[in-house]
Design a protein around this ligand. Structure first.
Ligand SMILES: [Zn+2]
Length: 74
């Protein structure tokens, strides 16, 4: 079990939605994103394989919309 780097509490696996900024003015919100969330504070961790997938997904976003909501798909 991984520990929170801020407060040392245990991290819990859950899914959430998080915003990612692309360039200067665009925001992509990923839904159902698996993260490790601290039980005690607001700290969370994205695991490496999830981060890689997020990078791939953000690179494929071709809309010019300022705000886009996308379902995370592993
Ligand atoms: Zn914590």
């Amino acid at each position: 079990m991984m520990k929170c780097t801020v407060c040392g509490s245990e991290l819990r696996a859950l899914t959430t939605r998080l915003p990612f900024k692309i360039g200067e003015s665009r925001i992509v919100i990923l839904k159902n994103l698996p993260v490790l969330q601290c039980e005690n504070c607001t700290q969370y961790v994205l695991q490496d394989d999830v981060l890689d997938k997020v990078d791939q997904m953000l690179a494929r976003v071709d809309s010019e919309a300022e705000l886009e909501v996308i379902q995370y798909a592993a």
